[in-house]
Design a binder for this molecule. Structure first.
Ligand SMILES: [Zn+2]
Ligand SMILES: [Zn+2]
Length: 353
């Protein structure tokens, strides 16, 4: 729901003090409700993008595709620009990449760690250190945990920073190095604009959908009980996620998560397609895990994912994301309104209890 839709929706609700504060285009007030446990919930359900809604509404789809915020901007545009800049200025030449050598591999790692620290660290600094948004629209009533033995160093933030930096940074870079090495040696199919401009553009539009499908599949796989215990439990240490929880994964999960870029080894693509895919995968979890309902800061900063927060909170719903309605099709969708009711779930696990 964008800011405009939100205001129309809120205008349609019965008047109350918190809603009146929300009107007048200010997004700073808490317009949702907190339950007896102090958990914040918005007054609307989290919804899927209209592209797979039936009956199909072309105008709504076009608005979703080209509107602000929408499918293309701001985030996919930002990741696309970062991919272009990376390809133009921040990777070694094909000649250098033909041979694996620590010199350029380390530079790639440093570049990815810098992006991780700027983006994940930036969210953490703003929302959890400086607390610039207070606890307004923070889903979970508590801040990050300290003193619990379930976390490395008995500290949730340190644990998450460690896993995101070490395993997230490592496997992100590993897949990028493998791609540049294979591409430089001509072992994988390539694509230039002149050869097929339609596929060149279409591939950019399809990559985010492929990312959702891939994420859904590997996510369901690692929720298989033995893998959940051995692997995915590291990520689920965080029923109250923060930005650094985004890539806080067991190394097996981090490897699988970044394997989404394998599609660029198989289908003809340009390095900018590859880096678009890779940078979306590396950076978007910060946006999806910071634990606040967006847009933040007077409605100017489009960010947040109630959909994925609900997965951390309840574990057995919302395995995918909010464009492809895979959870709806497979009976695991919970929209965040009313009691937890999704069908076929493994049990109403409540990790915070
Ligand atoms: Zn998560
Ligand atoms: Zn999960």
């Amino acid at each position: 729901m964008n800011v405009k839709e939100m205001n129309i929706y809120l205008d349609s609700l019965p008047s109350c003090d918190s809603l009146n504060e929300r009107k007048g285009k200010t997004m700073s007030a808490e317009f949702g409700t907190r339950n007896e446990k102090g958990e914040w919930r918005p007054p609307y359900a989290c919804r899927y993008a209209p592209i797979f809604e039936w009956p199909w509404k072309p105008l709504k789809v076009l608005k979703w595709l080209f509107g602000w915020p929408g499918y293309l901007w701001p985030y996919h545009l930002i990741y696309g620009i970062l991919a272009l800049v990376t390809w133009l200025y921040l990777i070694p030449s094909a000649e250098v990449c033909k041979v694996l050598s620590p010199d350029w591999i380390l530079l790639m790692l440093v570049r990815n760690l810098a992006m991780i620290w700027i983006v994940y660290g930036g969210y953490h600094l703003a929302l959890y250190q400086l607390k610039l948004h207070g606890s307004n629209r923070k889903y979970h009533p508590k801040w990050q945990e300290k003193g619990s033995k379930k976390f490395l160093f008995k500290n949730q933030v340190f644990d998450n920073v460690f896993h995101t930096t070490v395993f997230g940074g490592f496997f992100w870079t590993l897949w990028e190095v493998a791609y540049l090495w294979c591409a430089a040696n001509g072992w994988i199919p390539s694509l230039v604009w002149e050869s097929n401009p339609v596929w060149f553009v279409a591939f950019f539009l399809l990559i985010p959908l492929w990312r959702e499908l891939h994420f859904y599949l590997i996510h369901r796989l690692i929720h298989w009980k033995p893998l959940m215990i051995a692997v995915h439990s590291v990520h689920h240490r965080n029923p109250n996620p923060g930005p650094w929880s985004g890539l806080s994964m067991h190394p097996v999960e981090a490897f699988l998560y970044f394997s989404v870029v394998a599609i660029n080894f198989v289908l003809p693509s340009h390095p900018v397609h590859f880096f678009f895919n890779s940078i979306c995968t590396g950076l978007s979890p910060a946006n999806g895990h910071h634990g606040f309902e967006g847009p933040l800061f007077e409605g100017k900063f489009i960010t947040g994912s109630y959909f994925h927060y609900l997965h951390h909170r309840y574990v057995s719903c919302n395995f995918g994301e909010a464009t492809l309605p895979l959870d709806k099709w497979f009976g695991r969708y919970y929209d965040g309104q009313g009691p937890y009711t999704t069908k076929g779930f493994q049990g109403n696990q409540d990790p915070s209890e």
